[in-house]
Write a protein that binds this ligand. Structure first.
Ligand code: AMP
Ligand code: MG
Length: 496
């Protein structure tokens, strides 16, 4: 365990990638205080948690003070936002403090969000406010607990400032940890400027950092594309399998590492609805729940465009052809990941040809009858144990479900006949992948409103539940339910 002052930050991005960032320092804030520290994560990174929680930790995690050995910087990137290209974005309110190599040898970025203006701030104030910062903390931990690749919050620092967001709100800085902050938009920035050498330098850096097995291979840029495609296909399949809607899948929010990043107007669906959209600014539903795989493929097409000259330097038609072939594979890669995940949620072992129809049929009656997605899959564990009531009770017209359940039981029976297995073990395995506790929209709003008013109790309880999503806890039944009947539709806002 290491004290902060002597913590060995590494700075490979600062060292090797000049021209991809500006060196920068965070703003001084009146009263930086560590409001919440992710102690498990801190310890896993090799920090002494108490060193982060004190005054020095607050100064460093707010961005006001650079830890010894760190070379903080703001990264430049571009991106397609809601389909339109912005040639210059970048860390407008964020800082890459440095890289941490944890005791297991894994390298992560320590990054601050809300640390003040930078040369990339455009009209923004460079700040963040407490509600959205806590939201990112909560969602990141929920995703992590469900085994979904994600950036994670290390700490939330309150600044002692009031920040104007259509009314004043307490200012805060999120310190987060990510495998890296390389985005599709980082590639786009240099490709749009015709700076092929820089795109190549970035691709080589990404390979060294995330896909080192590709280094030195002749086809490494095409293989980089394949790796990012597969990592992102697996990621979005996982989003779909837990009902997560990112809400702002711009290319600058699509990572090269395959991690979920930038939790803004995100939400979990309650009733199953492929058209579900929560973000107030997503008026046409571009980033709605069911559109996410197609949007990811669109974002990957933008990534592919940046790699054409690398894949075939002397013959862009050949480069386009090869990348197009690879892009087409996305549909199958995604489908395999999604169906495999559904099979696990349904407690099915080896694949059988009828599985896709079986899964689709369930989702189709769930959509028709507006059934809660999370509760439905959890209740199927009970069904397998011989208790049909919890699942049946979710349907207005249980007859449709009963007919489906008959086919489901028959499918399980065929599997047991062939491969053995017993109901108890099957149901237990299902309970390990079908969460009981997710960040329910109304519970999130309630917890954040209380937190902003100074009471962290509901936030801490919700954080604890979503950090242990599978094991039932006593006395918190309402956390496993959807919004109360008659509640207004949930709307999320981007004003983070
Ligand atoms: P996001 O929607 O958080 O992914 O951000 C999109 C772009 O806007 C990024 O370049 C951010 O750095 C920038 N940005 C968002 N909020 C602010 C802010 N309050 N001040 C400065 N830049 C911001
Ligand atoms: Mg972003």
């Amino acid at each position: 365990m290491t004290e902060l002052a002597s913590f060995p930050f590494d700075n490979s991005f600062a060292r090797e990638m000049e021209g991809f960032y500006v060196r920068w320092q965070g703003a001084r804030v009146p009263r930086p205080e560590v409001l919440r520290l992710n102690r498990d994560l801190a310890a896993a990174l090799g920090f002494e948690p108490s060193a982060l929680a004190g005054a020095e930790g607050a100064a460093v995690l707010s961005g006001a003070q650079a830890p010894e050995g760190a070379l903080p910087l703001a990264m430049v990137y571009a991106g397609h936002q809601f389909g339109g290209f912005s040639p210059q974005l970048g860390d407008g309110r964020a800082l890459l403090v440095g890289e941490i190599v944890d005791p297991r040898g894994r390298r992560s970025d320590l990054h601050l969000k809300g640390s003040g203006r930078t040369p990339f701030s455009r009209g923004g104030d460079g700040k963040a406010v407490l509600g959205p910062v806590l939201r990112e903390y909560l969602f990141g931990e929920a995703m992590h607990a469900m085994g979904i690749a994600t950036t994670r919050a290390l700490a939330v620092v309150t600044t002692g400032e009031e920040v104007d967001r259509n009314g004043y709100e307490p200012g805060a800085v999120l310190a987060r940890v990510a495998a890296s902050h390389l985005r599709v938009g980082t590639f786009q920035y240099f490709a749009a400027r015709g700076e092929t050498d820089r795109v190549r330098q970035l691709a080589d850096y990404a390979i060294t950092r995330h896909y080192p097995e590709l280094a030195g291979r002749a086809e490494r840029y095409l293989e980089l594309f394949r790796q990012v495609r597969d990592a992102q296909a697996a990621l979005v399949a996982q989003w779909m399998l837990v009902g997560f809607v990112h809400g702002v899948m711009n290319t600058d929010n699509t990572t090269i590492s395959g991690e979920t990043i930038d939790y803004g107007p995100c939400a979990f669906i309650d009733r199953y609805d492929p058209k579900a959209v929560f973000s107030s600014i997503d008026r046409f539903g571009r980033y709605g729940y069911g559109n996410q795989p197609a949007i990811l493929q669109w974002n990957l097409a933008r990534f592919a465009e940046t790699l054409i000259d690398l894949v075939a330097p002397a013959d862009s038609a050949a480069g386009i052809a090869q990348l197009t072939e690879e892009l087409k594979v996305f549909g199958d890669t995604y489908q395999i990941a999604w169906l495999g995940g559904l099979r696990t949620k349904l407690g099915l072992g080896a694949a059988m040809p009828e599985d896709e129809d079986l899964a689709e049929a369930l989702l189709s009656i769930a959509a028709e009858q507006e059934v809660d997605f999370t509760r439905l899959f959890r209740a199927l564990g009970d069904l397998v144990r011989g208790k049909a009531a919890p699942a049946r009770g979710l349907f207005r017209d249980p007859a449709a479900f009963d007919a489906w359940a008959e086919g489901y039981r028959a499918r399980i029976a065929r599997e047991e006949e062939r491969d053995g297995g017993d109901a108890a073990a099957r149901a237990q395995a299902m309970d390990r992948v079908n969460p009981l506790y997710i960040p329910r929209n109304h519970k999130v709003e309630e917890a954040l409103a209380a937190a902003v008013a100074g009471d962290m109790g509901l936030f801490d309880r919700l954080l604890d539940l979503v950090s242990h999503p599978y094991a039932p806890q006593e006395g918190v039944e309402s956390y496993a339910l959807g919004a109360p009947e008659g509640a207004a539709p949930h709307v999320t806002f981007c004003g983070t």
